[in-house]
Design a protein around this ligand. Structure first.
Ligand code: ASP
Length: 363
């Protein structure tokens, strides 16, 4: 145990830590001396409602403060003594750029590796050694990798090294995408701020719910809010599985599965569309054999969506949302993307313990 009785990731061996249920890992990943905010951000399970609302409030403040030149300069001076490494060994545009922009807002200098074929990994260096190398030069590692447990393993390794720098998971395999879920929740909080708040709502997920990591993380985060019904609309082969449903059952969350998007849209407060994640196909072309034609949002669905409803998508989209929906005021996906930059800036600020300084800055 840490001196204050706090559980620390350095008090527990890797096997034991790894075997813990996700909800029990949170205290080990918190910032020392903080108020429950993460040091390492790995899973959606690290965030409860008070923390989500704190982050959303901080993101709002950062957004307002940065509108003025003096405010933007003050924010930039906050973390100008820190450096961030963006290690993205999987394709990304939005997540990469919005983390980069979030770092820039707070003044961090950045470096990146995106193509491991031109790094020493090509010479046979292990990912673990590469990431450990980055920790020599940087104070934060933001990483996206196809390997499911790598971010978790690295956070344990680094915390147990002489340079315990925080790891921020920007997408791990088919598993989790916690910062996407943060921006999704921030978008929902903002969307319903003046419409009664984020409770007693129906959120419809549609598309590849089995392999869509953003769905897994958001479905979990929504359980923090009262009476959010979740509807999972997908072809049977791509329907979410027990790893999602067992959590909802345990938390007493009302949910259902369906193959009828139009029916689900009629009672939706939010529709969260996703693309088919065919990069995970066992054999190339497997997904193309599935009939996904009824799992797309177009003019017909738009006409059925309640007036106050919102359409979301983690992007990139293919044809899951027809472009004719783009100018509808209920289309939230562009704003959702921008929200990502603000909430990621808020997350980085709390990771380094700068929440109070921002809260004290004049608006
Ligand atoms: N950008 C999201 C992700 O990285 C969604 C997607 O790729 O479909 O998971």
């Amino acid at each position: 145990m840490g001196g204050s009785g706090r559980r620390s990731i350095t008090d527990i061996g890797w096997e034991e830590f790894h075997a813990l249920p996700l909800e029990e890992k949170r205290p080990y990943l918190e910032r020392e001396g903080g108020r429950g905010e993460p040091f390492h951000t790995l899973f959606a399970q690290q965030f409860d409602r008070p923390l989500l609302e704190r982050l959303a409030a901080l993101a709002n403040r950062i957004r307002f403060i940065s509108k003025r030149k003096e405010g933007a300069l003050a924010l930039k001076s906050l973390l100008c003594h820190k450096r961030a490494m963006l290690y993205f060994s999987q394709p990304s545009s939005r997540t990469f750029l919005s983390h980069l922009a979030a770092c820039q807002i707070l003044g961090l200098t950045t470096g990146s590796v995106r193509d491991t074929s031109i790094s020493s990994e090509f010479k046979g260096e292990s990912k673990e050694d590469s990431i450990r190398t980055f920790s020599s030069y940087f104070d934060l590692i933001i990483m996206r990798t196809p390997e499911q447990g790598l971010a978790e393993k690295m956070s344990w390794e680094l915390s147990n090294s002489e340079r315990p720098v925080p790891i921020l998971n920007a997408g791990s395999g088919k598993d989790q995408h916690p910062t996407q879920a943060l921006l999704d929740i921030y978008t929902l909080l903002r969307s319903f701020e003046e419409k009664g708040g984020l409770h007693d709502r129906t959120v419809v997920f549609c598309g590849d719910l089995l392999r869509g990591r953003t769905v897994h993380s958001l479905s979990y985060l929504l359980t923090n809010f009262p009476r959010i019904r979740q509807v999972f609309v997908a072809p049977p082969q791509l329907q979410a599985d027990e790893s999602t449903f067992s959590v909802l059952r345990a938390k007493g969350v009302e949910f259902e599965t369906s193959e009828n998007l139009r029916e689900a849209v009629k009672s939706a407060d939010a529709v969260y569309m996703t693309r088919i994640q065919d990069e995970w196909d066992d054999a190339k072309g497997d997904s193309a054999k599935i009939d996904t034609s009824r799992f797309k949002f177009g003019a017909g669905e738009l006409a059925l969506l309640p007036e106050h409803g919102v359409i979301m998508h983690p992007l990139p989209r293919r044809d899951e949302i027809a472009t004719c929906c783009d100018h509808d005021p209920r289309a939230m996906y562009w704003r959702q993307m921008r929200n990502g930059m603000w909430i990621r800036a808020a997350l980085i600020a709390v990771t380094f313990g700068f929440e109070d300084q921002i809260t004290e800055m004049p608006l």
